[in-house]
Design a protein around this ligand. Sequence first.
Ligand code: SAM
Length: 181
Amino acid sequence: MEKILKELKKFGIKNDIPNISETNAKFLRDLIRIKKVENLLEIGTANWYSTINFAFELKKTWGKLTTIEFSARSYGMAIENFKEAWVDDIINAVNANALDYIPKIKEKFDFVFIDGMKRRTKDFLELTWDKVEKDWIIIIDDVIKFSEKMVWLNDFLEKNNIKHNIIPIDVDDGIMMIMKD
Ligand SMILES: C[S@@+](CC[C@H](N)C(=O)[O-])C[C@H]1O[C@@H](n2cnc3c(N)ncnc32)[C@H](O)[C@@H]1O
């Protein structure tokens, strides 16, 4: 089963797709397992490397996920990958701009992974905020390498007194973890 992840990672490297690293994937999967996540939201699917990693973990505990991607080309890569990985039954794949789609979502998510356009990170966070309850988790990727692109993120965190941790998960980058108070 995990063979498909190796292939997706290889494809990502060859095609310059900014997938999460294997170390980051392992950390996030552990977190999903520890928190017994039931309903995950991902912003930024790309070639499904992170998505299928998450789905493998969620599958063990009957969890599910929604992933949003606005590139039709990336979205189109999904179908075969899902089938091969046997995770199509737990993934709701949405081909849309997350900025338009998130406000229409009615459900809540106990784990949100924000990995879309870096300049819109603060908007993704703001839009998902009310869909996450106390003790649930929001992860933002690439917060060290692309900190200068994440305009208004710090203002939003400060203004709303949002406590967070930055975890330098790889040699070249880190994630922000927010556990909602
Ligand atoms: C860093 S890549 C995602 C990598 C993926 N999470 C992984 O680790 O395998 C970012 C993706 O987000 C998509 N994206 C950026 N802004 C978006 C938006 N507003 N709505 C939907 N998708 C978006 C891009 O097309 C791109 O495929």
